[in-house]
Design a protein around this ligand. Structure first.
Ligand code: THU
Length: 130
């Protein structure tokens, strides 16, 4: 799966001196373009950024705004799901039916839709009276 291969490759570049936990993410935009990101930690811990956030930033910088599919990979006992903050970040650009594939470096994988990952998400409709 090309998107998984892209996530696996960028994971190698993760900067993780504090957690040693490398994560790679790849986004396929509706245009067909693929954008990748890895986690980038910081000595001031909260300033670190997740792999998904990096891939989203690359997508926006590349001129795309619609996510068609996402892959995330890490070396973990079971597939790692995106953190809560990243779920909301992905939801900004992913419709409810977008499939997120979560994989481990030893070959396990599971898929969930955006709606399964973030049911009842806060969205712009909630602000319609503003
Ligand atoms: N991390 C990600 O990059 N994506 C996830 O989906 C889960 C967590 C990173 C953040 C931090 O650098 C490390 O994994 C440990 O939490």
């Amino acid at each position: 799966m090309p998107l998984l291969d892209a996530a696996k490759a960028v994971r190698e570049n993760a900067y993780v001196p504090y957690s040693q936990f490398k994560v790679g993410a790849a986004i396929q935009a509706r245009s067909g373009a693929v954008y990748v990101g890895c986690n980038v930690e910081n000595v001031a811990y909260p300033q670190g950024t997740c792999a998904e956030a990096g891939a989203i930033a690359a997508m926006i910088a590349g001129g795309d705004t619609e996510i068609a599919a996402v892959c995330v990979i890490a070396d973990a006992p079971e597939p790692v799901t995106p953190c809560g903050g990243c779920r909301q970040k992905l939801r900004e650009f992913a419709r409810r039916d977008v499939v997120i594939t979560m994989a481990t470096t030893d070959g396990q994988s599971r898929t969930m839709t955006m709606e399964q990952l973030l049911p009842g998400a806060f969205g712009r409709d909630h602000m319609s009276r503003a």
